[in-house]
Design a protein around this ligand. Structure first.
Ligand SMILES: Nc1ncnc2c1ncn2[C@@H]1O[C@H](COP(=O)(O)OP(=O)(O)OP(=O)(O)O)[C@@H](O)[C@H]1O
Length: 544
């Protein structure tokens, strides 16, 4: 299929009104609802975009500086090599990577905000992804954790919005970003605001579960240029007719793979199917499983694939420690590490380094936090079982360093960017390498270095072998990545379970079963909690 730029795509086939959403997820439980059911539109809502005569093209031509335009293929290749960029594209060729913001010929207001935030030069993913996005192309972007993927789509998105006819009351947004967690969505919206602080006319809305739906409804109905949302709540608003996709011409899925894992694939597919013909789509993640590539093949139009360095692997900015422990000594060992950190900090006169402790389950999260507080440490917990207000206040305390330890489930493992996190501790290892990559990526961000400490027991040997391999690969410069995605995760879990079974059989034969485990009284409640059947796992915390 040859490439058709978004502004050349046929806009007369925007037959979105008849599309219905499949409602396998609890967030959208009305099977008869159409996302765009005209009867659900408010009278203030505009007619579908095909009836609008847009005075301005949706995708005005964008050109980089003369200097960049004059680069020859050899020079382009040299830049890609230097920036560790792997770029593939059907015709036409991918736009040239740009190593300075000035050469990107951005709106002067955006340039002012980039300077305000002290971004002096683009990161590798930004250098290549931004020109692709600015030229209206679809994109599949994969770069390691903390490499600046957010600005890579945020800045071109703002530039795109500035070029559109203004939003009127009742219009849907011009740009839509979907992200898997409330915290990540809020962070992205902040970044949109940060790079559009000089553009008063650009309004944003954050649309996530757990927050006041009335306020969101009135913001959406009043009309905003950019919506950043978690999928469940956004679909709710679509179904209620509070917003529409009819003006969305810039669509981003951040941490796309995670949203598919969460069961939002039908909804995401429906949104992608229902977008007006004139739009561009950008998909980003640090791990890019095959399911995403399949989705991209179906819905993206000749996307440019950009990979930076070794994808789907732990960032090399983090020094990874693996510590073998028994289940019942985990908390003591955690306290040892944290108390030592506190005393080092005191000796050196530095503040206690910001530390994230990942645990497997919600209740364990609260209990570990209580145990740390009982030892005089300053800790807060973050998980999907807490109210939205509690989640926000925990993250606020941690971001402002008024609390230096965040104990969290995997709800904090994706995308969260907290400046100054220097240590990630896996009290419980995650089930898969993919989650491990995202978790330890909360440190060692934006070129800084970080440390991770992972406690493991016999039951984690499968994952530990993979981690060791990843560390060895990184040291030897091996560029092969491990497989990610739903199927790969299932296989990984099955293999891990088989190994666990084998270990249990061996220990039974040796007469060392669970009965011999001696749990200190003070931690007994944690063991029982984590063994408690029916309690939500970390995955069920993703309840946006
Ligand atoms: N060009 C730049 N110059 C300086 N700092 C930057 C630049 N781009 C991004 N950063 C900073 O780098 C940090 C990480 O960026 P970001 O959160 O976008 O990473 P990410 O690639 O999305 O990570 P993850 O995969 O974990 O979501 C942020 O604090 C951001 O402000």
């Amino acid at each position: 299929m040859s490439y058709v730029p978004p502004h050349m795509r046929n806009s007369t086939s925007t037959t979105i009104d008849n599309n219905t959403i499949s409602t396998s997820n609890s967030h959208s439980n009305n099977n008869n609802n159409s996302l765009f059911n005209p009867s659900r539109r408010t009278s203030a809502a505009p007619p579908p975009s095909r009836f609008l005569s847009a005075p301005d093209p949706l995708f005005p031509p964008w050109q980089p500086s003369q200097r960049v335009s004059r680069m020859n293929p050899h020079q382009i290749e040299e830049v890609r090599l230097r920036l560790n960029l792997d770029v593939t594209s059907d015709s036409p060729a991918a736009p040239t990577p740009i190593e300075s913001f000035t050469d990107m010929c951005l709106d002067p207001s955006i340039m002012k905000d980039i300077a305000y935030h002290d971004y002096t030069r683009p990161t590798s993913i930004q250098a290549q992804a931004m020109p692709i996005a600015l030229s209206g192309r679809d994109l599949l972007g994969c770069a390691e954790t903390g490499s600046g993927k957010t600005a890579a789509f945020t800045i071109p998105m703002i530039q795109h919005c500035v070029a559109q006819t203004p939003i009127r009351r009742g219009d849907g947004p011009l740009a839509l970003v979907l992200a898997p967690t409330r915290e990540l969505a809020q962070q992205i919206e902040k970044e949109v605001k940060a790079f559009s602080r000089s553009i008063e006319s650009l309004k944003t809305a954050i649309v996530v579960g757990g927050s006041n739906i009335e306020k969101q409804r009135s913001e959406l109905k009043a009309g905003v240029e950019v919506v950043v949302a978690t999928p469940g709540r956004f679909i709710d608003h679509l179904q209620q007719g509070n917003t529409s996709l009819s003006r969305v011409s810039f669509f981003v899925l951040d941490e796309a793979d995670r949203m598919l894992d969460m069961g939002f694939e039908p909804q995401i597919r429906e949104v992608m199917r229902s977008l007006p013909d004139k739009h561009q789509t950008l998909l980003f993640s640090a791990t890019m499983p095959v399911e995403i590539e399949v989705l991209a093949k179906e819905y993206l139009s000749s996307p440019v694939h950009v990979k930076v360095g070794k994808v789907s692997s732990p960032t090399t900015n983090v020094l990874q420690n693996l510590v073998k422990v028994s289940e019942n000594e985990k908390i003591d060992r955690l306290l040892d590490v944290l108390v030592e950190e506190a005393s080092q900090a005191e000796k050196s006169g530095h503040p206690f380094p910001l530390t994230i402790v990942f645990v497997e389950r919600k209740t364990r999260c609260d209990e570990v936090t209580e145990a740390l507080i009982a030892q005089g440490l300053s800790a807060v917990s973050l998980h999907g079982g807490r109210s939205q207000g509690e989640r926000e206040s925990a993250l606020h305390d941690f971001r402002s360093s008024s609390t230096n330890i965040l104990v969290a489930t995997d709800v904090a493992s994706r995308g969260l960017d907290v400046t100054g996190v220097s240590h990630v501790i896996n009290l419980d290892l995650p089930k898969t390498m993919e989650d491990y990559v995202h978790r330890i990526g909360r440190t060692g961000r934006a070129g800084s270095t970080g440390l991770s400490t992972s406690f493991y027991t016999d039951r984690d040997m499968f994952l530990v072998a993979n981690i060791r391999k990843a560390i060895a690969d990184a040291e030897s410069g091996n560029t092969l990545s491990f497989a990610t995605g739903k199927f790969a995760r299932r296989k990984e879990k099955e293999a891990a379970a088989a190994q666990k079974e084998a270990n249990i059989a061996v220990s039974k034969n040796m007469g060392i079963g669970a009965a011999s485990v001696n749990i200190e009284d003070k931690y007994k409640f944690m063991m029982s909690a984590s063994n408690n059947k029916g309690e939500g796992t970390a995955d069920s915390a993703w309840d946006d």
